[in-house]
Ligand binder design. Structure first.
Ligand code: NAD
Length: 466
């Protein structure tokens, strides 16, 4: 009963935020470039000031995550993105001249990038800081106001975000509401000017349905099974190091983590040995290592364990590559061999430290396998043969690609980041992020010598010549 009352209160708060932000947007007009840069600087300074508090909050929320991992994977990339946005936004805000056909000259055409108004942001728990603040910084750079709903699974981080943002921005500009799926649903039903959702494909589908009622455009940053394809000429040791890095960072709870590996059958044994050795080098104490992250909660821990157990029951071979560890929800990294498509581990996004390794005989067979699955968020290709590489790039469709490494496309500020098909729609990062949270308004300005008047009635022989 109490929970019900509080959800209603939160919904009330939410509607209030939206109407106040919209009213302020209409009365104040779009912020100047200088104002946007100042707001972004405020955000950066506030984050830098609370860096260690955020590192501690994330660790508390997960059970354990090393401060270094939070710094490298979340704090630093957000600061880098803010710097990038501050450097570029004046250039992006400039109206763009467009070509005018000769018979409409000397009229002039341009595109003006206008803020949309109020942007709603729903963020997930796995990188609770950066996946809330990166869309927020993008919204600010594009001149919008924003309401953020962070994840209920990382309450300490969400509270810290709320208190920080409340301290530096008036609620008419940036506001935070906390809560779970019920608040998320109420949030998705609001008539925002745009909604950015980062989370699972299933919830994304429901968010889009709710937003459709008000025709609110959505950016959906979703998940899926991102493959790592090791070409026949791949440097197996180098690939194993990159895959282990991408898979075991945050204990596999990364949307763009390599979900499974496709390796040429001649290289499978070498890859397994090398991945094993790398995992031990990265985490000498196995899952108990101080650099290895906990699984966020017991539900996710048992979900991942069930995926591995189901695979084992159906005939897969499980290799524990580092010891399971004492400590909070420290799940041992495993390799899963002999997997088949009827296993849940090959049907669902794993989002944990289990790595299925599959073999192929020809690159076409590997491409065919990837293409029979929903389009992934990321694809990793390892190899130097340019024909194979080109074939993989042109014959597969994924949100993004990193060649000869993992994760690195995400931290390229100048590249759009997003999914395609079931892994999402729309993108942020780069100029694409600025554009997706702006309205590209086409403006035609007629000249006082209006030659288009020859098109007006009454029609005569001159009209025939047009
Ligand atoms: P989730 O979909 O369960 O939750 C995401 C957010 O949505 C949370 O804030 C949650 O409270 C809210 N929510 C839950 N139910 C809702 C509903 N019915 N309506 C509206 N909002 C609702 O996802 P998660 O478990 O927090 O995150 C993991 C998933 O997110 C994985 O699938 C992962 O791949 C994906 N992800 C994608 C990206 C990306 O950039 N593409 C980044 C991180 C995570």
């Amino acid at each position: 009963m109490t929970a019900h009352v509080s959800v209603k209160e939160d919904e009330f708060l939410l509607t209030g935020f939206l109407s106040r932000q919209r009213a302020a947007f209409l009365s104040d007009g779009p912020p100047s470039a200088a104002q946007r840069r100042a707001d972004l600087l405020k955000l950066k300074t506030a984050l830098q000031k609370r860096r260690t508090a955020f590192e501690a909050a994330v660790s508390k929320d997960f059970g354990y995550r090393s401060a270094y991992e939070t710094r490298i994977m979340e704090v630093t990339p957000v600061i880098q993105t803010i710097n990038y946005l501050r450097r570029n936004l004046t250039k992006w805000m400039r109206p763009e001249r467009r070509r005018v056909a000769i018979h409409f000259r000397p009229g002039r055409a341009r595109v003006v990038y206008q803020p949309l108004g109020v942007v709603g942001i729903i963020s997930p728990w796995n990188y609770p800081l950066s996946l809330a603040l990166t869309p927020l910084a993008t919204a600010i750079a594009a001149g919008n106001r924003a309401i953020l709903k962070p994840s209920e699974l990382t309450p300490a981080t969400s509270e810290l975000l709320k208190s920080m943002l409340r301290e530096i921005f008036p609620e008419e500009q940036v506001a935070v509401v906390t809560g779970g799926p019920e608040i998320g649903t109420a949030f998705s039903r609001l008539p925002f000017d745009h909604l950015v959702f980062t989370g699972s494909t299933n919830v994304g589908r429901s968010v889009m349905k709710e937003a459709a009622e008000n025709l609110v455009p959505v950016t959906l940053e979703l998940g899926g099974k991102s493959p790592a394809l090791l070409g026949p000429d791949a440097d197996i040791d180098a690939a194993a190091v990159s895959v282990a890095y991408g898979k075991l960072a945050n204990a596999g709870q990364t949307c763009i983590a390599p979900d499974y590996v496709l390796v040429h059958e001649k290289d499978a044994a070498a890859f397994v040995a090398s991945y094993d050795a790398t995992a031990l080098k990265f985490y000498p104490q196995g899952a108990a290592d101080r650099n290895y992250t906990s699984i966020v909660n017991a539900k996710h821990e048992s979900r991942i364990q069930k995926l591995v157990d189901d695979a084992k029951e159906k005939g897969a071979k499980i290799i524990e590559v580092a010891n399971g560890g004492a400590g909070t929800r420290k799940l041992a990294p495993v390799i899963v061999l002999n997997v088949t498509d009827d296993m849940a581990i090959m049907q669902q996004e794993i989002f944990g430290p289990a790595l299925p390794v599959m073999t192929y005989r020809t690159i076409d067979e590997a491409i065919g396998y990837i293409n029979r699955k929903p389009r992934p968020l990321a694809l990793y290709y390892f190899g130097h043969n340019s024909d194979d590489r080109q074939k993989v790039l042109t014959r597969t469709t994924s949100g993004n690609v990193t060649i000869n490494d993992t994760l690195m496309h995400y931290v390229q500020d100048d590249l759009p980041f997003g999914g395609v098909g079931m892994s999402g729609m729309g993108a942020y990062h780069g100029i694409e992020g600025f554009k997706s949270l702006s309205h590209a308004k086409g403006v035609f300005e007629q000249s006082k010598w209006n030659l288009a008047r020859i098109l007006h009635p009454p029609f005569n022989k001159t009209t025939d010549m047009v």
